[in-house]
Design a protein around this ligand. Structure first.
Ligand code: SF4
Length: 373
């Protein structure tokens, strides 16, 4: 199984907390950029040998793609790779782009999973976040998607926001549950260096909550979502049964994927590679076949560390088969496993080492205790 990720580096506005790669001034080169994405897919057609099970349009704002643009990329992929019949095609969308016309062509082109960025159910949050939509648009978008037959919808939310009380967060969770969607991705706000939010925090305009408050909100989320039929299959991801994101799950299970577009990452089991995060240089270099990416070959230790870092965040755990291909647990690692089990933080099955809900609260720290240098 393999997946393709396509990074669409266009956004309508600059959200104040976001440090992803995107541009808000792309109109004079969007054609060149889409052509370069198609060309990159063509140039890399030999890199994936398995059939494609997932295609994921992320960004940026892929819902800004016109019908022709989206269609051309999907056509390129369909022409070059064997596609699994059950392929999951996800499109990240923002509420302001959802309307009858866009929904119609998304469906015709085969998009069968929508990931929509609502982020908060508080109007004042959407304002300081500089989101391009308001609360009403968010609700309308989800309802329209459902009415038009989308049955696999994921909503993105952020907690740990300035001034967000536990009670308000509980209300946000109830509101997202009431939307009757299939999947929720909820991330804790982080203040990234080169963002407006960083400036707001530094100048005292906004105050981020303490780690304790953020943990309380995380724990509340686990409880409320669990009680309402969403199971946590990765630290920040919750799904109703069978609606886990196949694409993201394959990242966490170290499966190969091809990432195309500026700043996109690729992985083939032993090598990681990442495209340059500059739109103009990207499309020019792809066009002239000059290098538009960097890569690193992962050492055995790197692969070992990644298995723990990604596996322990998920309900799939760290695969024993994958570990055995890289080496054996040392006696001190076996001892650490033992004490994690005693503390109720880890379980060992026939095939994997899996953190319990309690263990997942400190997954990164636990993973680090198995790192090899
Ligand atoms: S959060 Fe999404 S829409 Fe906002 S700037 Fe970042 S990528 Fe663009």
């Amino acid at each position: 199984m393999a997946g393709i990720y396509i990074h669409i580096p266009f956004c309508r506005k600059r959200c104040s907390y976001c440090d992803f790669h995107f541009s808000t001034t792309f109109s004079n080169y969007r054609e060149e950029l889409i052509s370069a994405i198609n060309r990159e897919i063509e140039l890399r057609k030999y890199e994936l040998k398995e059939s494609i099970e997932t295609i994921y349009f992320g960004g940026g704002t892929p819902s800004l793609l016109t019908e022709e643009e989206l269609s051309s990329i999907l056509e390129t992929i369909r022409n070059l790779f064997p596609i699994n019949q059950e392929v999951e095609i996800t499109l990240e969308v923002n509420p302001e782009d959802v309307n009858l016309e866009t929904i119609t062509y998304w469906k015709i082109l085969g998009v069968n999973r929508i990931s929509i960025g609502l982020q908060s159910f508080k109007e004042s949050d959407l304002k300081w976040m500089n989101r391009a939509h308001d609360l009403e648009q968010g609700f309308e978008a989800v309802n329209l998607l459902k009415k038009q037959g989308f049955e696999n919808i994921s909503v993105d939310l952020i907690y740990g926001l300035p001034g967000l009380t536990l009670l308000e967060w509980e209300q946000h969770l109830k509101q997202v549950i009431a939307l009757n969607i299939q999947h929720i991705s909820a991330y804790c706000l982080t203040v990234e260096k080169r963002t407006a939010l960083n400036h707001f925090v530094k100048t005292g305009k906004l105050k981020t909550p303490s780690e304790d408050i953020q943990s309380e909100q995380f724990n509340l989320m686990l409880r409320v979502l669990n009680q309402n039929g969403f199971f946590q299959y990765e630290i920040s991801n919750f799904a109703k049964p069978v609606y886990e994101s196949k694409h993201n799950s394959s990242y966490w299970q170290n499966k190969p994927y091809l990432g195309v577009g500026p700043s996109a990452h690729s992985f083939d089991g032993k090598t990681r590679r990442w495209n340059i995060s500059n739109n103009t240089n990207y499309y020019k270099n792809v066009g002239t076949n000059e290098s538009w990416f960097e890569m690193e070959i992962l050492s055995k230790n790197d692969q070992w560390n990644e298995l723990f870092l990604t596996g322990l965040r998920t309900i799939f755990g760290v695969s024993k088969t994958s570990l055995s291909e890289l080496g054996k647990l040392s006696s001190s690692e076996i001892k650490t496993m033992g004490s994690l089990k005693e503390q109720g933080e880890l379980v060992e099955t026939e095939n994997a080492y899996i953190l319990t809900e309690k263990g997942r609260l400190k997954a990164d720290g636990i993973a680090a205790s198995f790192f090899r240098i």
